[in-house]
Design a protein around this ligand. Structure first.
Ligand SMILES: *[C@@H]1O[C@H](CO)[C@@H](O)[C@H](O)[C@H]1NC(C)=O
Ligand SMILES: *[C@@H]1O[C@H](CO)[C@@H](O)[C@H](O)[C@H]1NC(C)=O
Ligand SMILES: *[C@@H]1O[C@H](CO)[C@@H](O)[C@H](O)[C@H]1NC(C)=O
Ligand SMILES: *[C@@H]1O[C@H](CO)[C@@H](O)[C@H](O)[C@H]1NC(C)=O
Ligand SMILES: *[C@@H]1O[C@H](CO)[C@@H](O)[C@H](O)[C@H]1NC(C)=O
Ligand SMILES: *[C@@H]1O[C@H](CO)[C@@H](O)[C@H](O)[C@H]1NC(C)=O
Ligand SMILES: *[C@@H]1O[C@H](CO)[C@@H](O)[C@H](O)[C@H]1NC(C)=O
Ligand SMILES: *[C@@H]1O[C@H](CO)[C@@H](O)[C@H](O)[C@H]1NC(C)=O
Ligand SMILES: *[C@@H]1O[C@H](CO)[C@@H](O)[C@H](O)[C@H]1NC(C)=O
Length: 495
């Protein structure tokens, strides 16, 4: 709600910031261009470190047209990514998939010794092309290439390892994945379809829950079984699906500018909200001309976790007493991946809501059940289940094995949801500390009693051997045991 209060003020500020940002960028780039002419290739021996005075992007390599540049891009105040930027718009079209983000200071270095290597003298290699090449250059289509000097053999190219973007004529094959910047969503190819997947749950190797499946329509050519498909963004304004060995598309997803001459280049991007969007460049801005999902409520998590989406993208919360805010609806611990097994065993309360439906239920597995009680019962005692959605008319019971995301509001009140809400984490911690406190207290009492008893024993026997034996068994023993038990329970609740 707050976000929409002052739209004019916001856009004015936005524009101002944008102007300042662009001006700053022009200044930094201008300064840089004077001290070192923009290189068109990197040869063996090349080394570069991030310049602390640069606030946004430090170019290291340009393509021949100057439209694309490889360089260090600041992703937050202290970290960087190695990215290829569309220079006129500062939009990144590719980033190296590093395991961790390198820091924007001296020990971070990009070098070329046959491999293009991003490393840090303290922590080692972040990323490498693992090649034995002679030169690195950037094509005028934004492809970063490691080659031999013969100019023929391509040893490595960034087009084989896309990030979240595809540009015109870049081949997207079954071996690749587009992954959204936040890591939640991915696009992959099946034998005859393109799928979008969401990964809300645990970090296994599977791509997650499919939320959009577009099968080839085979209008112009039929799929030959056993031959892999690939996807290409065509300059004519469509996403074409092809089979290897044929130039006739088995599927055409046309954009708004299909078969129109647009002046600039095109790109598609898997956005952080899980939508796949197509854009073309007018020379001064990117214009949206394709969206895989046009109805916002059909996005996998349009209103965040435990959110409710009404058509038109009016967000509220599944729980009436929770007000939808900038951080969504759910308590924070529900947004972490996980389940109700182990430490969180049975630590949940139940939230029910009628008139709700899953945004992509056609793609979800379900079991047919005779009643809502059976459906809820199947989830209640199953620690990997986060909730169910039941349709009374069809008897379909959908089980959710990932933290609850956004549901869609429907008029049909016989469609009901049962959702687990994690709770009691804070309470358990208090219990554990209380346990530790009590343990220490009783331990101290026992030690004290032991010392008293010992004094009495000593007074009576004055024997050294008895003293050692008694201390081990009575004095320290119980205290140790209690302490160990308390520490175990702390470990459990912090896991
Ligand atoms: C950038 O690409 C456009 C075509 O998209 C081209 O017209 C323009 O000349 C290029 N810019 C430069 C500096 O070469
Ligand atoms: C290039 O440097 C990296 C990192 O220091 C090293 O692992 C690799 O073996 C080197 N490659 C060549 C061809 O020297
Ligand atoms: C890119 O380079 C190729 C030749 O390598 C050329 O045919 C094409 O016109 C260039 N495109 C742009 C946009 O400069
Ligand atoms: C980056 O690498 C990780 C682990 O190797 C992989 O899971 C992820 O999909 C990769 N991201 C992209 C954009 O390919
Ligand atoms: C894409 O694939 C086609 C057919 O397999 C091939 O001719 C073309 O060179 C590839 N393009 C790129 C940029 O790799
Ligand atoms: C697009 O432009 C090309 C050359 O610039 C021209 O040959 C073609 O007829 C145009 N197509 C359309 C649909 O305008
Ligand atoms: C929550 O609000 C909905 C619609 O406003 C209403 O139908 C439902 O009964 C309410 N539930 C509770 C528990 O107040
Ligand atoms: C659900 O369906 C059963 C029979 O299929 C019916 O008896 C019951 O009234 C329905 N419940 C609701 C809440 O509509
Ligand atoms: C528990 O729920 C998961 C989904 O969350 C399901 O795959 C599994 O079969 C269920 N286990 C049992 C015993 O019902």
């Amino acid at each position: 709600m707050d976000r929409h209060k002052h739209p004019h003020f916001n856009s004015a500020v936005h524009l101002l910031l944008l102007t300042i940002f662009t001006a700053l960028q022009t200044v930094t780039w201008g300064a840089h261009a004077i001290e070192s002419p923009s290189p068109k290739e990197l040869l063996i021996g090349f080394k570069a470190t991030p310049d602390p005075s640069i606030s946004s992007f430090q170019p290291l390599l340009f393509d021949e047209s100057g439209n694309y540049s490889l360089g260090f891009l600041r992703v937050d105040p202290t970290h960087l990514s190695l990215s290829v930027l569309h220079v006129p718009s500062s939009v990144p079209v590719w980033s190296a998939n590093t395991t961790r983000l390198p820091i924007w200071t001296d020990p971070t270095q990009l070098s070329f010794n046959g491999s293009l290597v991003l490393s840090d003298s303290h922590t080692g290699v972040f990323w490498s092309t693992d090649t034995i090449g002679d030169r690195v250059w950037l094509s005028n289509t934004s492809n970063l290439i490691v080659q031999k000097l013969d100019g023929e053999t391509v040893l490595w190219q960034s087009f084989d390892l896309p990030s979240d973007t595809l540009v015109e004529n870049q081949n997207f094959t079954t071996a690749m994945a587009l992954v959204s910047l936040n890591g939640l969503y991915s696009m992959r190819l099946g034998p005859d379809y393109v799928g979008l997947y969401a990964k809300f749950g645990t970090s296994g190797t599977d791509p997650g829950q499919i939320y959009l499946k577009h099968r080839a329509l085979e209008a112009k050519a039929d799929i030959v079984e056993g031959r892999p498909i690939y996807l290409v963004l065509k300059s004519d304004g469509y996403l074409g699906m092809f089979q290897t060995g044929s130039t006739i598309p088995v599927d055409v997803q046309s954009f708004n500018t299909f078969q129109q001459n647009v002046s600039g280049i095109r790109r598609v991007r898997l956005e952080p909200d899980g939508n796949l969007k197509g854009y073309y460049w007018t020379g001064s801005s990117w214009v949206l001309d394709y969206q895989a999902i046009s109805e916002p409520c059909e996005l996998p998590s349009s209103c965040g976790s435990y959110g409710l989406c009404k058509p038109g993208k009016e967000c509220s919360c599944l729980e009436n007493r929770t007000v939808y805010g900038s951080s969504g609806c759910g308590p924070l611990e529900n947004r972490v991946s996980g389940d109700f097994c182990g430490a969180y065993e049975n630590r949940f309360r139940v939230l029910r809501r009628s008139g709700v439906e899953l945004p992509f239920k056609e793609l979800m597995g379900y079991r047919k059940m005779a009643s809502i009680e059976m459906c809820e019962g199947a989830c209640e005692g199953n620690c990997t289940c986060w909730g169910v959605v039941y349709s009374n008319s069809s008897g379909f019971c959908y089980m959710l094995d990932y933290p609850i995301q956004t549901l869609v509001a429907v008029g049909d009140e016989t469609k009901t949801g049962y959702f687990k809400v994690r709770e009691g984490v804070g309470k358990k911690k208090v219990d554990a500390w209380l346990g530790l406190g009590l343990g220490l207290f009783f331990g101290a009492v026992l030690v004290f009693a032991g010392v008293l008893g010992l004094g009495w024993y000593k007074l009576r026997n004055r024997g050294v051997k008895g003293y050692v034996e008694e201390e081990g068994v009575v004095g320290i023993g119980p205290y140790k045991d209690l302490g160990a038990a308390s520490f175990r329970s702390i470990e459990l609740c912090e896991r």
